[in-house]
Design a protein around this ligand. Structure first.
Ligand SMILES: Cc1cc2nc3c(=O)[nH]c(=O)nc-3n(C[C@H](O)[C@H](O)[C@H](O)COP(=O)(O)O)c2cc1C
Length: 186
């Protein structure tokens, strides 16, 4: 099976990249039946905005599970990640397990990007994991990442893998609004 990790930061490598790297390595080590591929922005078009390669949409659509990873920017996700999300057709995430990984400078912003992503995932009829992963960025600035963060990342990835394996091939209704309102009436 295949996990696509979406690195939603326009400013690599950074703290989010380190968190995502640990998550990805953990899945490769503990779940040998899984391939992991990271989808990252390709070109910077402004200091904090980047765009994606032409294959990004297809790679997400073909994955069995997805991690959407974003630093908190202005109390929300990055514009860079939103650019990619706006290019995804509904089927790319419909009935698909999706985990949310965010980092921010301020601990008070722990739900700020997550809640926006959960709204967006409802539009897709995706299967957001029950628990997201949030970290204050300095955790990934230290030479050694503390054990609690490593455990959180492991548990976060494991729930995604379990959901995807147990629900493989299942499709859940009712159709999300976008499907209902664009369906041709007979
Ligand atoms: C444009 C911009 C907006 C940001 N807005 C917030 C914010 O609203 N709340 C917060 O806690 N941190 C904010 N930050 C800090 C980043 O979330 C934090 O530094 C994060 O680690 C950046 O990701 P990176 O280290 O992977 O580059 C902002 C950073 C930038 C560049």
């Amino acid at each position: 099976m295949r996990l696509a990790t979406v690195y939603g930061s326009p400013t690599p490598p950074g703290k989010l990249a380190r968190a995502l790297g640990l998550l990805e390595q953990g899945v490769r080590d503990r779940h040998p039946g899984w391939e992991v591929e990271r989808i990252a922005p390709r070109d910077s078009i402004a200091p904090v905005v980047a765009t994606w390669g032409d294959d990004a949409v297809e790679r997400i659509g073909g994955a069995d599970a997805v991690v959407l990873a974003s630093p908190v920017f202005r109390g929300s996700i990055t514009g860079t990640l939103k650019i990619l999300i706006d290019m995804l057709p509904n089927e790319a995430l419909r009935s698909k397990p999706v985990g949310i990984l965010t980092v921010a400078a301020a601990p008070h912003h722990f739900l700020s990007a997550e809640r926006h992503l959960r709204d967006i995932l409802s539009w897709f009829g995706a299967l957001p994991t029950p628990n997201s992963a949030f970290f204050v960025d300095r955790v990934f600035g230290d030479a050694e990442v503390d054990a609690e963060a490593v455990t959180d990342l492991r548990e976060f990835a494991d729930q995604l893998v379990v959901l995807a394996e147990r629900l493989d091939g299942r499709h859940f209704g009712p159709d999300p609004l976008t499907v209902r309102f664009t369906r041709k009436r007979t």
